[in-house]
Design a protein around this ligand. Structure first.
Ligand code: GUN
Ligand code: FE
Length: 420
């Protein structure tokens, strides 16, 4: 079916390059972008069209690192550094997800909150629980989101959230059996080296290879964590080697944080095709530090953004984008690295993340549409007529759910939009 959307088109086909098409057209064929036009070609004149008038049609957000079972602790308990924060608050909260009714209730609300905030693709951590993870995947699918979800593996140093000895792999296999969703797929998720025994990492590396599964974890987030990894793995020179040793360091592996990744660790990422997921809000909340984002990008490391809730306090990715800009300005004051511009940070929070899944760069022919339609008419009255680039900047800083008119995910209008 051919479908036409009309509105002010805004996207970032490359890092730092903002393209705007005032009152342009996106032509979709079964949800796949067939073309982007400033003027509608005659051949489409008879096709059904949705006219979003003066609204902005922007790329939707991709959140490449967040913890679903930490949604209940959003906005709480960020007075401790990472390892104490995990022990004091996080593991207990995650342990609650053995209760499947509770999981259903929390995950339904999270999925709706995500998609109605304009996030259409995710790479998400669940808890250790196989059944609750399947519920999470089902709720994301129902809400219209796409991407990866991982049952977390953690068989040591994890308090109430820890798996009983010998159960982590069998439960992972049972979870994988249940993964039959169209748009939400499994990703192997060793929490981080301190919470996984060598034997568990080894088994997960084998599984990743045998089944061609992607991997996500945490890397070099805080000084305390890095020293602990050194103690736990004296045979590895650097943190990243603890993942490489077991076959988990490979093309497309997502590593959250990388705040303290030095030149050598960054080179190892670039060489292997491992992605850094920058989580600026979380890094400030937990006093972890400011990540070397500009340095990684200049070195050719692929970077995307993550909310990292509930270390991060904002689920809405436009807030995560502006947090990354703010953190980059602090970093500039500390190190001189140039801060991220709005189009640069927006690229990282949208196009880069979507590209991780489908190789796209911005709105692109042949790719499923992921878009958010923003009505900025109720923003504070501007002092003069604004250029589209300026309206885009204001939208990134100011948009709230109430300004989101529609969300397209995997080429389809998200279900919540039809209820309106
Ligand atoms: N490292 C290991 N687990 C976690 C987590 O839940 N949040 C963050 N920010 N870092 C982690
Ligand atoms: Fe995290």
């Amino acid at each position: 079916m051919t479908e036409i959307l009309r509105g002010n088109l805004v996207h970032t086909p490359e890092f730092g390059k903002l393209e705007t098409i005032p009152h342009g057209y996106i032509v979709l064929e079964d949800g796949v972008v067939e073309g982007i036009f400033p003027v509608l070609p005659e051949r489409y004149a008879a096709c059904p069209a949705v006219d979003y008038k003066d609204c902005l049609i922007m790329q939707s957000f991709a959140d490449l690192h967040l913890h679903a079972p930490q949604y209940p602790m959003l906005g709480m308990g960020m007075d401790l550094p990472l390892l104490d924060w995990l022990d004091t608050y996080t593991f207990q909260t995650e342990a609650r997800f053995s209760d499947l009714d509770y999981a259903r209730q929390v995950y339904r609300q999270l999925a709706e909150d995500l998609i109605s905030s304009g996030t259409t693709r995710v790479a998400m951590f669940s808890s250790r629980h196989a059944d609750a993870t399947l519920i999470l995947m089902e709720e994301l699918e129902r809400a219209g989101a796409a991407g990866y979800v991982g049952k977390v593996n953690m068989d040591r140093n994890s308090g109430a959230a820890q798996e009983a000895a010998g159960t982590s792999i069998p439960e992972t296999l049972r979870w994988l059996e249940g993964c039959r969703f169209a748009h939400v797929k499994p990703i192997l998720t060793p929490r981080f080296t301190p919470s996984c025994s060598d034997g568990l990492l080894e088994e997960l590396g084998k599984l990743a290879l045998e089944r061609g599964l992607p991997v996500q974890s945490h890397l070099s987030e805080s000084p305390g964590e890095i020293s602990w990894v050194k103690e736990l793995c004296p045979d590895c020179g650097q943190y990243w080697e603890t993942y490489r040793k077991h076959g988990l360091w490979k093309k497309g592996t997502l590593m959250a944080h990388c705040v303290y990744s030095d030149e050598k660790e960054q080179e190892a990422m670039r060489e292997a095709g491992v992605w850094a997921v920058h989580c600026a809000a979380s890094n400030v909340n937990l006093c972890s530090g400011t990540a070397p984002v500009r340095e990684m990008l200049e070195r050719g490391v692929r970077v995307a953004l993550g909310s990292d809730i509930a270390g991060g306090d904002q689920l809405a990715m436009n807030r995560v984008i502006t947090a990354s800009i703010r953190a980059s300005k602090v970093r500039q004051m500390e190190t001189g690295d140039p801060f991220l511009s709005v189009p640069e940070a927006y690229y990282l929070g949208t196009a880069a993340g979507h590209g991780y899944f489908d190789g796209s760069s911005g709105f692109q022919e042949g790719k499923k549409l992921h878009a958010v339609v923003v009505d900025d008419s109720t923003f504070p009255p501007a002092a003069r007529e604004l250029r589209l680039e300026e309206r885009f900047e204001r939208a990134v800083y100011l948009m709230e759910k109430q300004h989101i008119r529609a969300v397209y995910s995997e080429g389809r209008l998200a279900p919540f939009c039809r209820l309106r």
